[in-house]
Design a protein around this ligand. Structure first.
Ligand SMILES: [Fe+2]
Ligand SMILES: [Fe+2]
Length: 147
């Protein structure tokens, strides 16, 4: 029972952080110029990697889920692989936005949207595991309106 409460608490925090990340994604995608977009992408990369680190740290979500259900360990390994790939993509976008001259902001927006979809798909798999661990859907966090 104690484990279930812990997973639910961690899950609520998780959904709040996911909502905040998506808010930053929207700001980056809607930025009016490259300088603004670059700032949002730098912030996004920082927040995204901090979020991934928090999920992976001892006592964090993945540790708690793996402890609750040993059969989760394989899919959790896939989620950790996702983190590596998604963080690399976010870093690449940040670097492209920082490059001086010749940067196509429309192409960056397309690639930001692609990263948003990949992150959302990753989050869905995380939340599905939390649902399975808790036996019921966690309380949805507020999510910003889609842009
Ligand atoms: Fe994650
Ligand atoms: Fe997450």
């Amino acid at each position: 029972m104690q484990e279930t409460v812990t997973v639910q608490e961690v899950a609520q925090q998780l959904q709040q952080e996911h909502a905040e990340l998506h808010h930053l994604f929207e700001e980056a995608a809607q930025a009016s110029d490259l300088a603004q977009m670059s700032g949002f992408l730098a912030s996004l990369h920082h927040r995204l990697t901090a979020h991934f680190n928090a999920e992976e740290r001892p006592g964090g979500l993945y540790d708690t889920l793996g402890f609750c259900a040993p059969e989760f360990r394989r899919p959790l390994g896939q989620l950790v692989d996702d983190h590596f790939r998604l963080a690399a993509t976010a870093r690449n976008l940040r670097e492209r936005a920082r490059a001086v001259g010749g940067v196509d902001t429309d192409a960056l927006r397309v690639d930001i949207a692609r990263l948003v979809r990949a992150v959302a798909e990753h989050e869905n798999r995380e939340l599905e595991m939390v649902r399975q661990a808790t036996g019921r859907a966690p309380t949805p966090a507020r999510t910003p309106a889609a842009g």
